[in-house]
Ligand binder design. Structure first.
Ligand code: ACO
Length: 404
């Protein structure tokens, strides 16, 4: 049914025919030993520990039922830190200028976490707004996907968001790490959970605070990034109403050399005895290096791969370019956005861009821009959006979706 590069289909309607589920799946894994012979059976029931400990076994708690679902985008929200840093502010700390930054990137301001701000709190705020728009209670959320490369806990931030939202039924919550492609991967993952796993309401949050990993003395990178969070609620619906028409996902580890923030061992940390140092044990404590980027290579990669990916997703959906109401790319650089739009022949008035105000907010950039476009009335129910993320990994991917 689904594979890494999308639901192959020459047209939306034939894609729907092909999407008849073929493998039995429970939350806990593959169900059917006879593999492809059966339909998808899932549990829509979520049991908290208190319920399970009251006697019912996990398997008893699950009510098998046929799943033949679509999914649609029904809510969005966003949040950004209050501290605004302009290009002129940056010109006071590195050798740059408003003119250089705005001409080369389109960025004029960015928001940066400061003081007691937390990325998790931004993610919670964005998620709450998405739930309000969707008119879904936190208790009815059954999956939280936090797409971030900068969690505030090494083990992931999603469970903290689940807790802060007050989802009392202990829904599954986990992080997805794929840099600036994270939100698109989260969207596709959410759709797979709904279509194949029986989930009903999935929160997909994109949130990053790359300002914490920027070398603020490096004018080549520090001008680009900002912090923010955005969220959407993806909801199960009848397959006829399905709003994720196709997707196309890729990664290329070879390109990691062009963009990374790798782990490094702290130098001043031989506290735990020295007798093991010959063996290199115990290891020194580690942290992450600041972002290293070959901007020109990343630029070339984006301009080459993103149009191909969107074109591929359109072909899988059986849709012409002219069916795109909005082109919504990861907000990295206005010149990248313009070049991709030109290659796809999408006119400027159908391109969504807000990076002048926020810079590159990594996994947050797409849901943040979507939220602004929906709330300003630009994007309306029924509009078709071609969206694409790209960045470190290298990773890139696109999805053709319908809003509402
Ligand atoms: N201010 C003034 N001059 C600068 C600055 C600056 N902030 N930064 C670089 N320069 C100088 C350079 O030193 C160089 O000077 P030189 O010619 O004397 O050597 C000159 O400007 C040109 O530098 P380039 O790096 O070649 O500039 P370029 O036109 O490539 O623009 C930029 C740089 C904006 C970073 C661009 O390459 C870019 O946007 N690349 C894509 C980055 C991106 O999209 N990343 C997304 C992924 S992020 C993620 O996944 C986490």
């Amino acid at each position: 049914m689904a594979n890494a590069s999308g639901f192959f289909s020459p047209s939306v309607s034939s894609w729907r025919r092909r999407m008849q589920p073929q493998i039995g799946i429970y939350r806990s894994g593959l169900l059917s030993p006879d593999g492809f012979s059966s339909r998808v059976f899932c549990s829509s029931t979520i049991q908290g520990p208190e319920k399970l400990s009251s006697g019912a076994s996990p398997s008893e708690s699950r009510v098998p039922r046929l799943v033949n679902k679509g999914c649609k985008l029904v809510g969005c929200g966003s949040a950004a830190p209050t501290l605004k840093v302009s290009n002129d502010d940056l010109a006071k700390i590195v050798d740059t200028s408003d003119e250089w930054i705005s001409v080369r990137t389109g960025i004029r301001n960015r928001r940066v976490l400061s003081g007691k701000d937390s990325l998790t709190a931004l993610a919670v705020e964005a998620a709450r707004k998405a739930l309000e728009m969707a008119r879904v209670e936190p208790d009815d959320v059954d999956l939280v996907l936090m797409c971030t490369s900068t969690p505030e806990d090494l083990f992931g931030s999603a469970p903290q968001i689940q807790k802060a939202l007050g989802c009392k039924r202990n829904p599954l919550a986990y992080d997805i790490t794929a840099a600036c492609s994270g939100f698109v991967l989260g969207l596709v993952s959410a759709a797979c959970h709904i279509r194949g796993g029986g989930f009903q309401n999935v929160l997909v949050i994109g949130a990053d605070s790359l300002s914490r990993y920027v070398d603020w003395t490096d004018r080549g990178t520090c001008i680009l990034f900002g912090d923010a969070a955005g969220a959407v609620l993806l909801q199960a619906c009848d397959s006829e109403e399905d709003g994720l028409f196709s997707f196309d996902l890729h990664s290329d580890g070879d390109g990691q050399r062009h963009l990374n923030a790798t782990v490094k061992q702290n130098e001043m940390n031989d506290v735990v005895g020295s007798n093991g140092s010959v063996l290199g044990f115990p290891p020194r404590q580690s942290s992450y290096s600041c972002i290293q980027m070959n901007g020109k290579e990343v630029f070339r990669f984006a301009v080459r791969c993103v149009p191909q990916s969107i074109q591929s997703a359109l072909e899988k959906a059986g849709l012409p370019r002219s069916s795109i109401d909005w082109l919504l790319l990861h907000q990295a650089n206005q010149r990248i956005i313009d070049a991709v739009a030109t290659r796809l022949e999408v006119p400027p008035e159908r391109v969504i861009s807000n990076l002048a105000n926020y810079g590159n907010t990594s996994a947050a950039s797409i849901p943040l821009a979507l939220d602004e476009a929906v709330r300003s009335g630009k994007v309306k129910a029924g509009h078709t959006i071609a969206t694409a993320g790209f960045g470190a990994g290298l990773t890139w991917g696109s999805a053709i979706v319908r809003w509402g």
